[in-house]
Write a protein that binds this ligand. Sequence first.
Ligand SMILES: Cc1ncc(COP(=O)(O)O)c(C=O)c1O
Length: 482
Amino acid sequence: MKQEQAPFWEALVAYARQRVVPFHTPGHKLRPGAFSRLQEELGTGVFALDPSDQVEAPELEHDFVRALDRAQELAAQLFGARRTLFIVNGTTGGVHFLLLPATGDVLIPRFSHQSVYSALVLSQGRAVYLPTAYDPDWLIPLPPVVSAVQRALQEMRPQALIVTHPTYYGTVSDLEAIGRLAKENNVLLFVDEAHGGHFLFSPELPKTGLQCGADAVVQSTHKTLGSFTQTSMLHSNNDLWFSKAVQAQQVLQTTSPSFVFLGALDEVRRVLAAQGEELVGRALELAQWCRHRLAEIEYAELLPAHLQADPTKIVFSLRQLGLTGIEVERILRVDYNIQVELSDYYTVLALITLGDTSETVDKLVHAVRDLAARRTHLGGQPLPRYRLDFPELPPAALSLREAFFQDKELVPLEQAAGRVSGAFLTLYPPGVPLIVPGEVFTKAIVEHARWCAGIGWYTRGLMAGQKVLVLKDNGGRCRTVR
Ligand SMILES: Cc1ncc(COP(=O)(O)O)c(C=O)c1O
């Protein structure tokens, strides 16, 4: 089997070309029919390529089950894995498949994506945390350092460790050293590579999770590699765990995965095998060019190189001109018709991918230059600098899973000390939870959450009237209201 083939995509196109008269789902019967506005925007192809997963007829060369196996094998070969799964529910789905079989402690950085937390609601595994450190100048959450991982592995002896590689901002841990530690300690290493699918294709980018010895990784192929939203891949080099992940997939995934999605994953893989280095290389060139030109703009600052291992993530700030990242995002959208990926107090993140061109980069640079000039003219003053001082992680009375199934009630935040939380209270940005279900509100957490609410810092999980969800009767635990 060759990388120039795309067996699933080709089987799907062959099926569409046969114009089989469909008396099967889906109800649109492979034609836009009554849905003229869908046809106008999507064309007819997307309908023709969307049969249900029940159809099968090897004599017509569209044995989809076999074709999917072969497509996944080719993806495994390309990404350096023993086995690969195509996923139609994003990296969220893949992280769920990897962690559902966990039965022991799972060590997770506190700033992990919510899919890691939700996986540990589903699973019998129990979350134990690596606290988050922040860069004091840029206020971005940093991935764990090797010494912190080493200490945690030795003290907690978890079954598994999951690392985000890279973070949203393009920052990475020393994953090779962490891979060695995981092996020495006999701990499974999983990598949330949602933002790192392109790492394979350039030596200028960090090594991939699998190259660093991970047992399995999950990549959002849709985020940095150009397939459709919702499509991801799970790559594994641990056969035993892979078979457990497949069982988890059978439990959690829809029984009708979109063939358009699976076909797109296959065809994107075929193109990447042939041109990945060139396409990602081009994106890197554009990103370097963008960075260079942004750096020439007076008062524009770029995230320094030691914080950013992935140059395709352009993180910049106009804080010297008194603009928060959130304001810059809004102005770029409203005045320049540009939408960035995210923003926070200081920074804006613009992603450059293989979908960009010199024109798109030029538009961004011009807009930032124009905005900076307008603002300089108005005499912008630098933004006040904050320190991020988070309270200690609160003690856990129950696991995420145990807390999930308990009855809950709303109480005013100021009365929450001593109560067991029924929900996440998460500050956005940076998306790190102050407290998670099952943890006990301390006075310090309550005070910090009140302070955040007071300055208007958006806290997901804080309800109207500054109420929080707690367990009724503290989940059967003695209620120690301090
Ligand atoms: C670090 C991280 N992990 C996992 C995910 C989930 O990815 P998906 O949207 O493919 O489900 C995201 C999504 O933003 C993410 O940022």
